[in-house]
Each structure stands twice: as structure tokens, then as C-alpha cells.
Design a protein around this ligand. Structure first.
Ligand code: TXD
Length: 308
């Protein structure tokens, strides 16, 4: 009889703790919260554990300041790092967060050599490279969360504008997790019906623009932090797809070696997520314009990675 799955979440801040919340409410497995701040992962873990009787989930949830308890995790979600302040770009977090993600990935990998790492920390695409180098894991076991979030924002805005359920909007947003992300309008449908039959171009373009600035919009509102409900929900959707071997086709940051004409970089592309992590990178046909936008977005990622 197999044991419960084990998910370690590194960084018990806004995203990490909320990811633990979503994972517990989906009863995905036992959860270990890790943070450097004494008491924070322990307190949040204990509190979430005590929600079990109310919500009806059975999950051992613990918090710790070291990696002992994370041993043999199936999934490691790395959310540790500084978030943006108003006016900051994700890129300005590079140096600080690269050190943090390097430490978290290497410590996690040492305790869980067979885990799949889901990277959340920003600047996302570059942090995926840091995590892959630090963990030494093969490219199928390091995946970045950004595309699902960007696509969720895009889908939410579309559903609101069209007046349909968010469940009936299918879409893909590719590219780096930055202002140059690439929403694929040609693949956006409402229950299979092209979105262009519902919205005029100017409305669509406005939604694409708002999506690209989606992170910044929330940072400006919150002033002391960045988005965490949707990012953590997206990271947990990836964990669920892996743990349940669902073969989800989702936009995630994956290490490319020739796909989309790109190599040696993590960029947001459609992937199939299953028990082995990134089981396939799906190459879809792109318009000239979409290809150019993806290449531009990738160039931005490369610039950052070269600074590492
Ligand atoms: O789409 C995406 N990928 C992005 C990612 C969406 C939103 C925000 N994103 C980024 O996630 C954000 O820019 C940050 O880089 C991370 C985490 O954001 P969060 O909002 O959770 O930041 P917090 O609340 O400051 O939490 C970070 C925690 C905090 O508790 C620190 O004590 C902890 O990280 N931390 C560490 N934990 C473990 N080990 C080390 N070294 C460490 N350093 C800090």
C-alpha cells in the first residue's frame, strides 16, 4: 500500500503558506513548510493542520527551519525569495533571489533526490535555471510556474468581459513571465468557439495588455507584496497534475533544447505534466507575430540568465 504523497514547500510566506492551504484543501498529501524565520512555518503549519477537522482533510502538516523533515518529498515547491515592491521589476530581484533559490534547491535535492521541483520565485524563468543547476536534476524534473498564472489572469478577464464561466475559456499564454509574455489569441476559445467571435479586437487587445501587466497591477494595489492567491493555486494545480499523473497540458516554464527554435533556456511553453514531471513539450504552430513575440520574450530571459 503506497504512503501518502509528500509535498515540501520552501518559503512559508504569502505564496508558500497559501499553496499549503490549497494543497491541504485538495488533500494532495502530507505537507512540510520550510522557512528561515523561526516559528513562522511551525505556526502556520500547525494552524493549517488544525483546519483539517473543519474542512475534512487528513494531512500531516508540519513547519520547520531545516530540511530534515523534507526528506523523500515527491514534490518540492520553491517560493522562497523577495517579492517585488511597487515600481520594481521582477528582474531587480535576480541577484538576491538567485542566492536564495540556489540554497533551497540544493538543500531540497540533497534530501529528496527523486523529487520534482516546481519553481515559483521571481524572476521566474531565470530562477528555474538556478534551481536546475543547483539541484542537478534532469530537465523533466524542474518546472516553473508562470504560464498558468498568466493564462488564469487572461481567462478571468475574458470570462468577465464575455459573460461566461471561467471554466469555458480555454487559452494559452506563453513566453517569459514578464511584460513580454505571449497570449495566443489564435488558440483562445470559449468552449471551442474562437474568442474573436465574442470580442472585438480593441477589447481583446486591452485584455492582453492588462494580462501582461497583471502582476504589477496587484503589486501597485497591495504596496507591500505581490499576488499570492492565484500564483499559489497555479503551483498547486501543477503539483496535482504530477501527483495524480493527470497528463495535464498546461503552459509552464520548461528547459528548451531546440523546441520553438530556442535552446538552453527556461521559457513558458505548453507541456504535458504527469508523474515524471514534464513528460512532453508540445510545439504548436504560431503565427509570424506570435513567433516573433516568443523570441523577444526569450531574449529577455536570456539577458537575465547571462547575468547569473
Ligand atoms: O508567477 C510567479 N512565478 C510569481 C512568483 C507570482 C507572484 C510572486 N512570485 C514570487 O514568489 C515573488 O516575486 C517572490 O520572489 C516569491 C515569493 O513571494 P511571496 O509573496 O510568497 O513572498 P513572501 O511573502 O515575502 O515570502 C517569501 C518567504 C518569506 O517567508 C521568507 O522568510 C522566505 O521566503 N525565505 C526563505 N525561506 C527559506 N529559505 C531561504 N533562504 C529563504 N529566504 C527567504
Amino acid at each position: 500500500m503506497g504512503k501518502r504523497a509528500k509535498i515540501s514547500i520552501i518559503g512559508a510566506g504569502n505564496i508558500g503558506a497559501t499553496a499549503a492551504h490549497w494543497a491541504a484543501s485538495k488533500e494532495l498529501g502530507d505537507i512540510v513548510l520550510v522557512d528561515i524565520v523561526e516559528g513562522v512555518p511551525q505556526g502556520k503549519g500547525l494552524d493549517l493542520f488544525q483546519a483539517g477537522p473543519v474542512e475534512g482533510f487528513d494531512s500531516n502538516i508540519t513547519g520547520t527551519n531545516d530540511y530534515e523533515a523534507t526528506a523523500d518529498s515527491d514534490i518540492v515547491i520553491i517560493t522562497a525569495g523577495l517579492p517585488r515592491k511597487p515600481g520594481m521589476s521582477r528582474d531587480e530581484l535576480l541577484a538576491t533571489n538567485a542566492k536564495i533559490v540556489h540554497e533551497c534547491a540544493s538543500q531540497s535535492a540533497a534530501k529528496s533526490p527523486n523529487a520534482i521541483i516546481i519553481v515559483v520565485s521571481n524572476p521566474l524563468d531565470a530562477m528555474c535555471t538556478v534551481a536546475m543547476r543547483a539541484s542537478g536534476f534532469p530537465k523533466n524534473r524542474v518546472v516553473g510556474m508562470a504560464g498558468i498564472l498568466d493564462t488564469a489572469r487572461y481567462r478571468a478577464f475574458l470570462a468577465d468581459a464575455i459573460g461566461v464561466s471561467v471554466e469555458d475559456i480555454q487559452a494559452l499564454v506563453l513566453g517569459g513571465h514578464g511584460d513580454a509574455m505571449v497570449p495566443l489569441i489564435s488558440y483562445t476559445t470559449v468552449s471551442g468557439i474562437p474568442v474573436t467571435q465574442f470580442l472585438a479586437k480593441d477589447k481583446l487587445d486591452a485584455i492582453v495588455k492588462r494580462t501582461a501587466g497583471g502582476g504589477g497591477e496587484i503589486v501597485a494595489l497591495l504596496k507591500s507584496g505581490s499576488a499570492y492567491y492565484a500564483p499559489s493555486a497555479a503551483a498547486v494545480q501543477m503539483a496535482e497534475g504530477i501527483l495524480k499523473d493527470k497528463k495535464r497540458l498546461l503552459p509552464c516554464a520548461a528547459y528548451l533544447e531546440g523546441e520553438y527554435g530556442l535552446s538552453g533556456l527556461f521559457v513558458g511553453v505548453p507541456v504535458i505534466l504527469g508523474r515524471d514531471g514534464i513528460e512532453k513539450i508540445v510545439e504548436v504552430k504560431l503565427t509570424e507575430e506570435e513567433n516573433a513575440a516568443l523570441a523577444k520574450s526569450a531574449a529577455g530571459v536570456k539577458e537575465l540568465v547571462d547575468k547569473l
